[in-house]
Ligand binder design. Structure first.
Ligand code: GDP
Length: 365
């Protein structure tokens, strides 16, 4: 499961969005283990292919892929210095795959802004600064150690010392680690640093209820887009309040509601889709009489590792994968039809999985 952490200044709409997420998750299915932690919400990844597959396979159940959102409220100015519960929140961010940064782009005199005005650029910089300061602190100790090693004649420390200096430089410019590129050797080192500013970011521009249809005219949204473009991040425009309303609707009502607003999908669905894209994730399926199920893997994953997502035994004992594309499966009304036409392939351990593959793994136990 993909884990995304929701951050942002107070009063930007994080809780509203998070409540929409948990509500949507509660509507979609039962995840009893989730209700234990009030800061975690799980949503299903919308994928119309699952229904199509189910029409042909008639499984006992359909199991979509899921994304887990963690509400990391409390990240305020001074968090890296331990202001409020700052440090605790920063450690939560270390554990997520991606950061969803909610930015206030709506004016509402009833809702105070902590800094007194709406200014997405300033707000983004405020949050970024805390993350950068935290990263600076975590490389400080490491930097002292590797400098010592280098002085003692450890040649291997050279690369690390240079890398850490490069990181310090960008941090001092007020930029995150994600603005740099790294060699393979540096990648290995950087993995161990668990830097906050290396995590992919998705900006959520939270706009007014009436602001969804003309986001091009919204100067606040434009500011967010410019910042995102400069760092290769993505932007999703939502109205958190509307999302909260949508999350309470049944599927068919939801469609009508969205049509009335002139929208193709809810902000939440868009958020999930873009998160997938941001992280380079894709889906493959298993389809049998027990269940039709979506599995999440990184693009470029090979067949044995994909099998390992289902069960480690599948990877260890991997023999072959029986693979058919989603299109071939659907056009031929299922596996047998596709097999009759010779469209089911036997693939080996070097096969790179494709989006929508329907797979049956053969393995030794
Ligand atoms: P958080 O502190 O970031 O979690 O912010 P909240 O979700 O608690 O929202 C703060 C206030 O802003 C609440 O009173 C919300 O009702 C309001 N709010 C959130 N999203 C929107 C929005 O899209 N439009 C408007 N007008 N108000 C919103």
């Amino acid at each position: 499961t993909l884990h995304a952490g929701i951050v942002g200044l107070p009063n930007v709409g994080k809780s509203t969005l998070f409540n929409a997420i948990t509500q949507a998750g509660a509507e979609a299915a039962n995840y009893p283990f989730c209700t234990i932690d009030p800061n975690v919400g799980m949503v299903e990844v919308p994928d119309s292919r699952l229904q199509k597959l189910a029409e042909m396979v008639h499984p006992k159940k359909i199991v979509p892929a899921t994304v887990e959102f963690v509400d990391i409220a409390g990240l305020v100015k001074g968090a890296s210095k331990g202001e409020g519960l700052g440090n605790k929140f920063l450690s939560h961010i270390r554990e997520v795959d991606a950061i969803v940064h909610v930015v206030r782009c709506f004016e509402d005199s009833n809702v105070v802004h902590v800094e007194g005005s709406i200014d997405p650029k300033r707000d983004i910089e405020t949050i970024d600064l805390e993350l950068i300061l935290a990263d600076m602190e975590s490389i400080e100790r490491r930097s002292e150690r590797s400098s010592k090693l280098l002085k003692m004649g450890d040649k291997k420390a050279q690369v690390e010392v240079e890398l850490l200096n490069r990181l310090k430089d960008v941090f001092n410019q007020g930029k995150g680690a994600r603005t740099l590129t790294f060699s393979d050797e540096e990648q290995e080192i950087i993995k161990g640093l668990s830097l906050l500013t290396l995590k992919p970011v998705l900006y959520v521009a939270n706009v007014r209820e009436d602001g969804l249809d003309n986001t091009a005219d919204n100067p606040y949204v434009q500011q967010v887009r410019e910042i995102a473009a400069a760092e290769g991040a993505e932007v999703v425009v939502v109205c958190a309040q509307i999302e909260a309303e949508i999350a309470e609707l049944e599927a068919d009502e939801k469609e009508v509601f969205l049509q009335d607003l002139g929208l193709k999908e809810s902000g939440l669905d868009q958020l999930i889709r873009v998160s997938f894209h941001l992280l380079g994730l894709m889906t493959f399926f298993t389809a049998g009489p027990m269940e039709v199920k979506a599995w999440t893997i990184y693009q470029g994953t090979k067949a044995p590792q994909a099998a390992g997502v289902i069960h480690t035994d599948f990877e260890r004992g991997f023999i072959r994968a029986e693979v058919v594309s989603y299109e071939d499966f659907v056009e031929n009304n299922g596996l047998n039809g596709a097999r009759d036409k010779g469209l089911v392939r036997l693939e080996g351990k070097d096969y790179v999985m494709r989006n929508g593959d329907i797979v049956h793994f053969r393995f030794n136990v």
